[in-house]
Design a protein around this ligand. Structure first.
Ligand code: DC
Length: 235
Protein backbone atom coordinates (compact mmCIF):
# COMPACT_ATOMS: atom_id res chain seq x y z
CA UNK A 1 0.00 0.00 0.00
CA UNK A 2 1.60 3.27 -1.15
CA UNK A 3 -0.71 5.64 0.60
CA UNK A 4 -3.40 5.49 3.24
CA UNK A 5 -6.98 6.63 2.63
CA UNK A 6 -8.66 9.07 2.96
CA UNK A 7 -7.61 10.97 -0.10
CA UNK A 8 -8.33 14.31 -1.72
CA UNK A 9 -10.48 14.55 -4.83
CA UNK A 10 -10.33 17.72 -6.96
CA UNK A 11 -13.28 18.64 -9.18
CA UNK A 12 -12.49 21.55 -11.49
CA UNK A 13 -14.03 22.85 -14.66
CA UNK A 14 -16.20 25.39 -16.39
CA UNK A 15 -19.10 27.16 -14.69
CA UNK A 16 -22.57 25.57 -14.87
CA UNK A 17 -21.22 22.08 -15.51
CA UNK A 18 -22.79 20.70 -12.36
CA UNK A 19 -19.49 20.57 -10.46
CA UNK A 20 -20.95 21.26 -7.04
CA UNK A 21 -23.80 18.75 -7.37
CA UNK A 22 -21.33 16.13 -8.54
CA UNK A 23 -18.67 16.89 -5.91
CA UNK A 24 -21.34 16.77 -3.19
CA UNK A 25 -22.61 13.38 -4.38
CA UNK A 26 -19.08 11.96 -4.50
CA UNK A 27 -18.41 13.23 -0.97
CA UNK A 28 -21.62 11.60 0.24
CA UNK A 29 -20.75 8.30 -1.40
CA UNK A 30 -17.28 8.17 0.18
CA UNK A 31 -18.29 9.80 3.44
CA UNK A 32 -15.84 12.62 2.70
CA UNK A 33 -16.30 16.32 3.42
CA UNK A 34 -17.42 18.49 0.50
CA UNK A 35 -15.80 21.92 0.20
CA UNK A 36 -17.10 24.54 -2.23
CA UNK A 37 -14.07 26.76 -2.92
CA UNK A 38 -16.14 29.13 -5.09
CA UNK A 39 -18.24 29.94 -2.00
CA UNK A 40 -15.08 31.29 -0.36
CA UNK A 41 -14.42 33.76 -3.20
CA UNK A 42 -18.08 34.68 -3.05
CA UNK A 43 -17.78 35.38 0.70
CA UNK A 44 -14.84 37.74 0.07
CA UNK A 45 -16.91 39.49 -2.62
CA UNK A 46 -19.76 39.90 -0.14
CA UNK A 47 -17.35 41.31 2.45
CA UNK A 48 -16.12 43.87 -0.12
CA UNK A 49 -19.69 44.87 -0.98
CA UNK A 50 -20.72 45.21 2.66
CA UNK A 51 -17.67 47.35 3.46
CA UNK A 52 -18.50 49.62 0.50
CA UNK A 53 -15.31 48.69 -1.33
CA UNK A 54 -17.21 48.05 -4.56
CA UNK A 55 -18.54 50.85 -6.72
CA UNK A 56 -20.04 50.59 -10.18
CA UNK A 57 -16.71 51.34 -11.79
CA UNK A 58 -14.09 49.82 -9.56
CA UNK A 59 -13.07 47.85 -6.52
CA UNK A 60 -10.95 49.41 -3.78
CA UNK A 61 -8.37 46.66 -4.05
CA UNK A 62 -5.82 48.27 -1.74
CA UNK A 63 -8.25 48.51 1.19
CA UNK A 64 -9.50 44.99 0.51
CA UNK A 65 -5.95 43.63 0.61
CA UNK A 66 -5.35 45.39 3.94
CA UNK A 67 -8.60 43.93 5.31
CA UNK A 68 -7.84 40.33 4.43
CA UNK A 69 -6.77 39.48 7.98
CA UNK A 70 -10.23 40.51 9.21
CA UNK A 71 -12.00 38.05 6.93
CA UNK A 72 -12.82 34.74 8.52
CA UNK A 73 -14.55 32.12 6.38
CA UNK A 74 -15.81 28.80 7.72
CA UNK A 75 -18.23 26.08 6.67
CA UNK A 76 -20.77 24.68 9.09
CA UNK A 77 -23.11 21.78 8.63
CA UNK A 78 -26.81 22.62 8.58
CA UNK A 79 -28.19 19.65 10.51
CA UNK A 80 -31.66 19.99 9.01
CA UNK A 81 -30.61 20.00 5.34
CA UNK A 82 -27.39 18.01 5.75
CA UNK A 83 -25.61 20.66 3.64
CA UNK A 84 -22.48 22.66 4.45
CA UNK A 85 -23.17 26.39 4.68
CA UNK A 86 -20.79 29.31 4.33
CA UNK A 87 -20.18 31.63 7.28
CA UNK A 88 -18.41 34.99 7.07
CA UNK A 89 -17.08 36.45 10.33
CA UNK A 90 -19.57 34.45 12.37
CA UNK A 91 -22.63 35.15 10.19
CA UNK A 92 -24.38 32.64 7.94
CA UNK A 93 -24.08 34.11 4.43
CA UNK A 94 -25.04 31.04 2.39
CA UNK A 95 -28.03 32.70 0.78
CA UNK A 96 -26.49 36.13 0.25
CA UNK A 97 -23.42 34.83 -1.57
CA UNK A 98 -25.62 33.21 -4.25
CA UNK A 99 -27.39 36.48 -5.12
CA UNK A 100 -26.83 38.49 -8.29
CA UNK A 101 -24.95 41.28 -6.53
CA UNK A 102 -22.19 38.90 -5.45
CA UNK A 103 -22.28 36.96 -8.75
CA UNK A 104 -21.70 40.22 -10.62
CA UNK A 105 -18.51 41.09 -8.79
CA UNK A 106 -16.94 37.78 -7.72
CA UNK A 107 -14.89 37.17 -10.86
CA UNK A 108 -13.12 40.51 -10.31
CA UNK A 109 -12.46 39.60 -6.68
CA UNK A 110 -11.08 36.17 -7.57
CA UNK A 111 -8.50 37.80 -9.88
CA UNK A 112 -6.71 39.49 -6.98
CA UNK A 113 -3.49 37.65 -6.18
CA UNK A 114 -3.55 38.34 -2.44
CA UNK A 115 -7.15 37.12 -2.18
CA UNK A 116 -6.20 33.90 -3.98
CA UNK A 117 -3.19 33.36 -1.73
CA UNK A 118 -5.36 33.62 1.35
CA UNK A 119 -8.09 31.33 -0.04
CA UNK A 120 -5.56 28.72 -1.16
CA UNK A 121 -3.96 28.72 2.32
CA UNK A 122 -7.38 28.17 3.97
CA UNK A 123 -8.26 25.45 1.45
CA UNK A 124 -5.01 23.60 2.12
CA UNK A 125 -5.64 23.73 5.86
CA UNK A 126 -9.17 22.42 5.35
CA UNK A 127 -7.84 19.52 3.27
CA UNK A 128 -4.82 18.76 5.41
CA UNK A 129 -6.26 15.54 6.85
CA UNK A 130 -7.65 14.30 3.54
CA UNK A 131 -11.14 12.88 3.18
CA UNK A 132 -12.16 15.91 1.15
CA UNK A 133 -13.83 16.55 -2.19
CA UNK A 134 -13.18 20.14 -3.25
CA UNK A 135 -14.58 21.81 -6.33
CA UNK A 136 -13.38 24.98 -8.05
CA UNK A 137 -11.15 26.13 -10.89
CA UNK A 138 -7.59 25.56 -9.64
CA UNK A 139 -7.94 22.74 -7.11
CA UNK A 140 -6.08 20.12 -9.15
CA UNK A 141 -3.64 22.56 -10.74
CA UNK A 142 -2.68 24.74 -7.75
CA UNK A 143 -4.31 23.91 -4.43
CA UNK A 144 -3.82 20.13 -4.32
CA UNK A 145 -1.53 19.11 -7.19
CA UNK A 146 -1.06 15.77 -5.42
CA UNK A 147 -4.81 14.96 -5.23
CA UNK A 148 -5.54 11.25 -5.70
CA UNK A 149 -8.12 12.00 -8.37
CA UNK A 150 -8.51 15.16 -10.45
CA UNK A 151 -11.65 15.51 -12.49
CA UNK A 152 -11.96 18.28 -15.07
CA UNK A 153 -15.60 18.81 -15.97
CA UNK A 154 -16.84 20.27 -19.18
CA UNK A 155 -20.02 20.35 -21.27
CA UNK A 156 -21.00 22.18 -24.44
CA UNK A 157 -22.15 25.78 -24.05
CA UNK A 158 -25.72 25.12 -25.21
CA UNK A 159 -26.26 22.35 -22.66
CA UNK A 160 -24.76 24.40 -19.83
CA UNK A 161 -26.84 27.43 -20.81
CA UNK A 162 -30.04 25.38 -20.83
CA UNK A 163 -29.29 23.90 -17.38
CA UNK A 164 -28.53 27.34 -15.94
CA UNK A 165 -31.57 28.88 -17.65
CA UNK A 166 -33.89 26.30 -16.06
CA UNK A 167 -32.28 26.87 -12.65
CA UNK A 168 -32.77 30.64 -12.88
CA UNK A 169 -36.34 30.30 -14.15
CA UNK A 170 -37.16 28.02 -11.22
CA UNK A 171 -35.91 30.80 -8.95
CA UNK A 172 -38.29 33.19 -10.72
CA UNK A 173 -35.50 35.20 -12.38
CA UNK A 174 -36.53 36.91 -15.61
CA UNK A 175 -33.85 36.17 -18.20
CA UNK A 176 -33.58 34.93 -21.81
CA UNK A 177 -31.59 31.92 -22.97
CA UNK A 178 -29.38 34.23 -25.09
CA UNK A 179 -28.53 36.32 -22.04
CA UNK A 180 -27.59 33.17 -20.12
CA UNK A 181 -25.42 31.96 -23.01
CA UNK A 182 -23.65 35.29 -23.23
CA UNK A 183 -23.03 35.25 -19.46
CA UNK A 184 -21.55 31.75 -19.66
CA UNK A 185 -19.23 32.77 -22.52
CA UNK A 186 -18.10 35.80 -20.56
CA UNK A 187 -17.41 33.74 -17.43
CA UNK A 188 -15.47 31.12 -19.42
CA UNK A 189 -13.39 33.86 -20.98
CA UNK A 190 -12.67 35.48 -17.61
CA UNK A 191 -11.89 32.16 -15.91
CA UNK A 192 -9.52 31.07 -18.68
CA UNK A 193 -7.76 34.36 -19.28
CA UNK A 194 -7.09 35.83 -15.86
CA UNK A 195 -3.45 36.23 -14.90
CA UNK A 196 -3.67 34.53 -11.50
CA UNK A 197 -4.38 30.77 -11.59
CA UNK A 198 -6.52 30.72 -14.75
CA UNK A 199 -8.87 27.82 -15.28
CA UNK A 200 -6.73 25.14 -16.83
CA UNK A 201 -6.79 21.37 -16.82
CA UNK A 202 -4.02 19.86 -14.69
CA UNK A 203 -1.95 17.61 -16.98
CA UNK A 204 -3.06 14.52 -15.04
CA UNK A 205 -6.73 15.48 -14.65
CA UNK A 206 -9.33 13.22 -16.24
CA UNK A 207 -11.82 15.01 -18.47
CA UNK A 208 -15.49 14.36 -17.85
CA UNK A 209 -17.67 15.80 -20.60
CA UNK A 210 -21.16 15.44 -19.18
CA UNK A 211 -23.04 17.13 -22.07
CA UNK A 212 -25.05 13.99 -22.69
CA UNK A 213 -24.82 12.19 -19.34
CA UNK A 214 -27.34 11.87 -16.55
CA UNK A 215 -26.20 12.29 -12.96
CA UNK A 216 -26.52 8.52 -12.49
CA UNK A 217 -24.26 7.88 -15.50
CA UNK A 218 -21.74 10.32 -14.08
CA UNK A 219 -21.79 8.46 -10.76
CA UNK A 220 -21.22 5.15 -12.55
CA UNK A 221 -18.24 6.78 -14.32
CA UNK A 222 -16.95 7.98 -10.96
CA UNK A 223 -17.27 4.55 -9.29
CA UNK A 224 -15.36 2.86 -12.10
CA UNK A 225 -12.67 5.54 -12.13
CA UNK A 226 -12.32 5.51 -8.35
CA UNK A 227 -11.90 1.74 -8.29
CA UNK A 228 -8.98 2.09 -10.70
CA UNK A 229 -7.41 4.86 -8.61
CA UNK A 230 -7.67 2.79 -5.40
CA UNK A 231 -6.10 -0.14 -7.21
CA UNK A 232 -3.06 1.95 -8.20
CA UNK A 233 -2.63 2.88 -4.54
CA UNK A 234 -2.73 -0.77 -3.48
CA UNK A 235 -0.02 -1.87 -5.92
O1 DC B 1 -17.99 28.16 -8.79
P1 DC B 1 -18.56 29.54 -8.50
O2 DC B 1 -19.35 30.15 -9.63
O3 DC B 1 -19.31 29.62 -7.21
O4 DC B 1 -17.27 30.48 -8.33
C1 DC B 1 -17.37 31.83 -8.01
C2 DC B 1 -16.20 32.60 -8.63
O5 DC B 1 -14.97 32.25 -8.02
C3 DC B 1 -16.00 32.44 -10.12
O6 DC B 1 -15.73 33.73 -10.66
C4 DC B 1 -14.78 31.58 -10.26
C5 DC B 1 -14.02 31.85 -8.99
N1 DC B 1 -13.31 30.69 -8.46
C6 DC B 1 -11.94 30.66 -8.58
O7 DC B 1 -11.36 31.59 -9.16
N2 DC B 1 -11.23 29.63 -8.06
C7 DC B 1 -11.87 28.63 -7.43
N3 DC B 1 -11.13 27.62 -6.93
C8 DC B 1 -13.26 28.63 -7.31
C9 DC B 1 -13.96 29.67 -7.85
Amino acid sequence: MKSQAPFIIAVDGYSSCGKSTYARLIAKELNYVYIDSGAMYRAVALYAIEKNLVSEKEIDIETLKKSLDSIQITFRLNQASGLQETWLNGVNVEEKIRGIEVSGVVSKISKIREVREKMVAIQRTMGSNGGVVMDGRDIGSVVFPGAALKIFMTACTDVRAMRRYKELKEKGIDITIDEVKENIRMRDHEDENRKESPLTRAHDAIILDNSHMTVEQQMTWFRETWKKILKTHED
